[in-house]
Design a protein around this ligand. Sequence first.
Ligand code: AHR
Length: 557
Amino acid sequence: MTLSSFTSKSSLMLGKLFSLSLVFSVLLSSLSLSPVASSANTLIIGEPSEELTIHRDLFGQFSEHIGEGIYGGIWVGKDSAIENVNGIRTDVVNALKALKIPVIRWPGGCFADQYHWREGIGPREDRVSRLNAWGNIIETNQFGSHEFMEFIRQIDSKAYINVNLGSATVKDATDWLEYLTAAAPTSLAKERAENGHPEPYKVKYIGFGNEAWGCGGAMTAGEYFSRLKRYSTFALNLNPEQQFSGIDLLFDRGASNPHAMIKVAAGANDLDTEFTEKMMQLWAQAPGYLPIFDALSLHHYTMSRGPMSDSASEFEHSEYLRFVAMAQEMDTILKAHSAIMDKYDPERSVGLVVDEWGNWLKPDLATNPAFLKQNNTLRDAITAGITLNIFARNAARVKMANIAQMVNVIQAMVLTQGEAMIVTPTYHLFKMYVPFQDAQLLPVDHKPGTINVGDKTIPTIDAMAARANDGSVWLALINIDSEHTLTVEPVLGTVAIKKAAGDVLTSAQVNDANSFKHPNRVNARQVSFAAKGSQPLKITLPPASVSVIQLSTKAIK
Ligand code: AHR
């Protein structure tokens, strides 16, 4: 279908705009809508040729010891006037619980390669203080392994522990894993029990170092891989519920235990496919019975001239579109890395994990720029929706992703200021996307209009569909066009869609944000649609909006 897919009303509006864009063609040369024709914008939802699960871990989060990411944002201490359970603030826990966060990466980031786990256990008054390179502030180590595990217990999530490969030893990593996971009464397990947790913890993912090519030690892929081999071989998860049988260890690691820990190697940045190629070559040469990693990471932030140069909330409409176009580059990047991984691992046993992503903007809320505390607008929620849709479409290879970062840092879900807390537009987006966790991707065929952004062309609508475990069909529909309401007509085989309902996230301006004064300026609201008589159901999408809609084939009573 061509642009003819719009309804006649939006066609007229777009038609008018197109005429205007001709009149003002010089002014609008870098931003123009393509011509419009008249028929409805049909969205054909098909059946997949093979099952593709949108892994719940694609909706993961990242939490690093930066600024107020942990201290003040999550950890306030037991004696704080701010309501808390075991030192962890209750408002933040309650807000995050609603996102059903599947997994959290901690303690970094660059911080992971400076972190010494022993300094963060035992009586809090005896813990070691150090300088944290993020802002040169004192890291008191009040929030350590036990506090992190308590936090994920409270929000019902899972642990992705990133161990220090840059400035610690193989023994440090091995001991940390034994301390966390051993059930047998080893000295380390006894120490854990003395520190308040007799039961072994579970660690779902382990990451070895971070950004090995940069803050993790400025290594080549070859240098990193030779260090990684020893960490990966010896840092074992000893929790009986996560262990392999002896036979697995030798021949088929992990196959008999779906709860086995997944080992993540630090991977490339952006389009550095050479790093991925070298890592995969070395992975393929390693003995098959001892895979060095089960997943390879990738970091990609959306930003233009390096981190912290784009304004977080003061931007023009054209800047919004430029960010949307940049967010769509995630697809190109994933496909480039996946193609290389396919060469060495055609069976896709190694997952690609995007364990840092998001819009990295000017830290306009930060008291110290190194705290990376930035505003969060409707634009950020829209680009997050586009990115999650891209992850879903690439789910054959992409198995986990962790937005940077959950609280108070970069593209956060929640912002705190003393005892106050607000949720961001990106928070609402993640909450709306919960039904897609572990759903089956369904192919969508539609031909949206297009918008020219500089030398790029972006679609007016980004659509993703999935079938949830209960059989219901969900749509994520992003109207990128910030000036026009668009309409889609979903088609689900021969079944008539009678009703649809869900949530829409939008606001008057793309740079609208929530603030402590106006905490609900950008908020999701419920919407519903019903087919009129025998006509096809129409779903209207407000300008610059994200709608997550459940389709119903039940007749209206
Ligand atoms: O998320 C902030 C920083 O960005 C992380 O510490 C590092 O891994 C990346 O460069």
